[in-house]
Write a protein that binds this ligand. Sequence first.
Ligand code: 26V
Length: 811
Amino acid sequence: MLSMDKKSFKKAYVNKFLEMHGIELKEGTNQQKYDALGSLVRDYVTREWLKTNKKYNKTGEKQVYYFSMEFLLGRLLGDALLNIGIRDVCKEALADLSINLEELENFEQDQGLGNGGLGRLAACFLDSMASLNIPGNGCGIRYKYGFFEQKIIDGKQVEVSDDWLKEGNVWEKRKAEKSEIVKFGGEIKVSEINGRLNFTHVNFEPVLAVPYDTPIVGYENEIVNTLRLWSAEAVSKEFDFSSFSRGDFLQALKYKNSVESISQVLYPEDSFYEGKILRLKQQYFFVSAGVQSIIRHFKKHGKDIELFDEKVAIHINDTHPTLAIPELMRILLDEEGLEWDVAWRITTNTVSYTNHTILAEALEKWPVDMFKELLPRIYMIIEEINERFCKELWARYPGNWDKIARMAIIADDKIKMAHLAIAGSHSVNGVAKLHTDILKKKEMTDFYYLYPNKFSNKTNGITHRRWLLKSNPELTKLIKDTIGDSFIRHPIDLKNFERHLYDNVILEQLGKIKKYNKERLANVILKNENLVIDPNSIFDVQVKRIHAYKRQILNCLRIMDLYNQLIDNPNFDIVPRTFIFGGKAAPGYYLAKNTIELINCVANKINNDSRVNQKIKVVFIQNYRVSLAEQIIPGTDVSEQISTTTKEASGTSNMKFMMNGAITVATLDGANIEIRDEVTEENIIIFGLTEDEVLNYYQNGGYRSSDIYNNDVRVKRVIDDLVNGKYHNDKDKFKSIYENLITYNDEFFVLKDFDSYLKAQDKVDALYRDNSKWQRMCGINIAHSGIFSSDRTIEEYATGIWGSEVIYKNL
Ligand code: 26V
């Protein structure tokens, strides 16, 4: 923890500003003020960063490398201030200079290098590793353009490129001297030297991978870890690359453009796999650069390569970085000269893999022809891995060709990345109990029987530092004042809050804090969406990627139904509610985009209907992202976690909402089940089909959505409203939604769950009327959220998978 008083901070800040901008503070723009503050805090962080690296070099502790295509960090200033322990000092110092810290923080661009849950999980994990003193590094891609900015124009999503680096980025440090060369294309020349095969890569296209390092600040423990993101650049002219020496200018330009496209943009899809060559290039690019730099660093310290797996753990976040396995093999075989069996032992001991989805359409399978041409040597290695793996299967299941074909790494001219990840790692985990059970008994069952000891569950978590301390300082203060601050280092201690929930003063304060956060959210909505909402109404929120399985449509249909009820019966007594949506649709995902349009049309109709708009309102907040989530979640009363059971691997916003005292309406899916187990049935509202029912329908059929349509008048009405011109002049506008639900038999059981969802919402209404009961439920959710801190998750990874020591400091 940095010791710093207000006076010296003020002085340092004023100096920094002057030095950077050459004008007086009072003449500066807010952007300039933010830049100076960011830079100053970065300087403080840098001192501890150096110290941490020195310490790691000295102690030689095992290093964990978390490989991920996505890191969704959001903003870093607030986090850094909190974690180095000078947030209050800084706030007061700036106030003396008539600067509002929160206002300045808004000038930081979100670092949005991820799509959603998977990328944000990676960011929470980095924070927890640093805070638990674990030598943990992130490895990924420095996309020039992050996840697109979403605008809603005429109710439709419009994508705008996310030029997040345009004002510069004070947090990153370019490390040109640590660049690596990554090789694409070309041919492999095989020769024999002293009885050993030698593989030489010729005529390849070289790409320069330049690392940019970002500090990851641990919580008041003087640890600053590193997130290393790679940027693709053309190699310099000195590099022996024939087209340059021929002075072929156009060729060189073409090469430059093709190289730079590799780290140009984040793919905005997160559930549909497409075999795009650029994405494969992205994957190999960062994985190869990452593995090469790890080995270089390892060897620099004179360590024996055969002990690599004792000192290094590489974790792959989903299958996207799976090529770390053959890349590590390549280096150990071709560059370090190890025998296959030794290299394989080291590789499998080093690598571990997390699966994040069971959606079949998201599974990565690369076409052999394309792969071979782009990565000839890596392909040879995968072929060899496959051959040896199939032999192992043959020995275990002689004659069972079906099984072997099913499990092979290469089959039907495709490379199955999940199979390679399982075969080439020592650990495979799911991200919530149900998800892991489904992997074991369905999706990966053959592999589970082959390697039962490789499989385990690691239920996801979220960093309570960002999602409670930083985003909800008022609630944090109440908890601290009530139970002390041990929960900051031991989030499980939040449980101590529970016994205070019979104290009416505490309940009242909980209510006041929620109200304050709702007012704050109402202001954000007024500013961003130009819509007035009532903080006395229930704030009912669903914010996440728009996807059929997450069932925003179910939420929307019940609002359409409620609207019908209110028009039919003007005296219908409900607690006023504001329905808040947010989330991005993949640009090519028509149904998801159509869903956004439907929500906006329903919003438009309801918000302008004076018969109902004092009771219900609907808002779609544009451009949902980490910094917006931090403002929405503390101001939420009801958290909608309504995916089709079995489809949401875990969910993590469910945890953020409960930690901030929202009541969850949920299906028994993903981590919702574990949340229910924690808070008990009375403090969460569960509805919908169970796992067995869903799996049974998928397996044996027997569901007909049209039966429900024909038998439930409320369902019939809302479905008809989709296509009768009520919400849009063009009656065909929402035909795709209609067809999905009726013609194509409602794959995600929206209509099947409709009735129980309405009942769940009636329950919300009834519970909310009893204020102290409601507040107590909120408090119980807060008190039981500690187990969902990513500190718990990371401790499980560290001890159960990575073999890193978890040392608690400052207990
Ligand atoms: C998949 C794909 C498929 C190919 C195209 C590009 C692409 C990009 C990302 C992904 C990852 C999707 C998996 C994912 O985000 N899963 C989410 O992971 C969260 C953290 O474990 C979990 O809470 C969510 O339930 C799960 O949907």
